[in-house]
Write a protein that binds this ligand. Structure first.
Ligand SMILES: Cc1cc2nc3c(=O)[nH]c(=O)nc-3n(C[C@H](O)[C@H](O)[C@H](O)COP(=O)(O)OP(=O)(O)OC[C@H]3O[C@@H](n4cnc5c(N)ncnc54)[C@H](O)[C@@H]3O)c2cc1C
Length: 295
């Protein structure tokens, strides 16, 4: 049955310069981080078109977490559980909550930050949350015999449907930089298992700053895995500057506008997901209203 199938060659670079020469020499080779996504794919091994593998495990420089007063830098090979452990005192609650929600403890030990951000056609929890925080991503691009390095805001890494906007065959995420000046109201909500029931899953991340009784710097992302990675700059701008508490009728109006926009842009989102998304959005705004009334 497996006759004629060759084993993939596995390259294990120890540093960036070794990685560069391997990536340029074997442009089709697949990057392997924790392997949790790759191994969950049908026919990942053995398969007839077995591509070579570049295993990042040997690259110590991608496993570092460093901190300054203004930001934290996290290497792409840092795992979800390492980040949870090391970041308890520094990272925003919304990120800790997101990391905690990822699968099980065993899977979290394996899932890397770079791997979670680099699945070509599927956005999950971590991309959703990081896109509402002030995160930039360092990527290396391999074109012809050249390597270039860029820092880009994480939201520019993805298209509207959640696919990677950068050709994943020619890209390596090396680290992310997370600004530490984040808002004081943050919410992360996920409904349904994103792996087992992605068709009905909705992932929502929201953050804002409250100054006196007004809202500021609102950012949110509503993610429908495989369908839509929705960031709505117009609604964010309208909410920023709103006085708190926001009139419940206005909350209702804006949430229906959000749904209308989602329906217009993404026909594959189901009515159940739209209703879930609308309720999440409203509940977050009502939660903020309640807090404003209590303080
Ligand atoms: C049982 C289970 C439950 C899960 N539950 C959740 C969940 O609740 N929420 C959630 O968000 N996710 C969940 N995940 C998904 C998990 O986030 C993904 O599997 C993620 O891709 C894991 O990262 P990894 O390091 O294992 O990536 P890998 O499987 O090694 O790689 C994933 C993809 O990214 C590419 N890649 C890896 N590293 C880089 C890099 N540095 N630069 C460029 N490309 C790279 C690979 O080539 C591949 O295409 C779950 C996974 C499993 C198996």
């Amino acid at each position: 049955m497996y006759e004629g199938i060759r084993s993939p060659a596995i390259h294990i670079p120890k540093n960036m310069s070794e990685f560069n020469s391997i990536a340029l020499r074997y442009p089709k080779a697949r990057i392997w981080a924790g392997g949790t996504y790759l191994m969950s794919q049908k026919n990942y091994y053995p398969s007839e078109n077995n591509e070579d593998i570049i295993d990042l495990e040997g690259m110590e420089e991608l496993k570092k977490i460093t901190r300054t007063e203004r930001f934290v830098e996290i290497g792409s090979m840092v795992t979800a559980s390492q980040l949870l452990y090391a970041g308890k005192l520094v990272l925003p609650d919304i990120l800790l909550e997101t990391l905690q929600s990822l699968a099980s403890q065993i899977v979290r030990r394996q899932v890397t930050i770079g791997g979670a951000l680099s699945i070509p056609n599927l956005r999950l929890s971590l991309s959703t949350t990081l896109s509402v925080l002030d995160v930039t991503v360092e990527i290396k691009l391999f074109q012809g015999n050249k390597v270039s390095t860029q820092w880009i805001p994480i939201s520019r890494l993805y298209e509207k449907n959640g696919n990677l906007a950068v050709n994943s065959d020619k890209m390596l995420i090396t680290r992310i930089r997370l600004g530490l000046d984040y808002g004081d109201y943050q919410r992360f909500i996920i409904v349904e298992d994103p792996i087992r029931n992605s068709q009905e899953c909705v992932i929502f991340a929201f953050q804002a700053r409250r100054t006196q009784n007004a809202l500021n710097k609102v950012k949110f992302c509503m993610n429908f895995p495989h369908k839509a990675f929705h960031i709505n700059k117009e609604i964010e701008a309208r909410l920023s500057g709103e006085a708190l508490p926001i009139n419940p009728e206005r909350v209702n109006t804006i949430s229906y506008e959000l749904v209308a926009e989602l329906r217009k842009q993404h026909s594959s989102i189901t009515e159940l997901q739209l209703e879930r998304g609308r309720r999440m959005f409203e509940s977050v705004l009502h939660g903020m209203n309640s807090q404003a009334l209590l303080t």
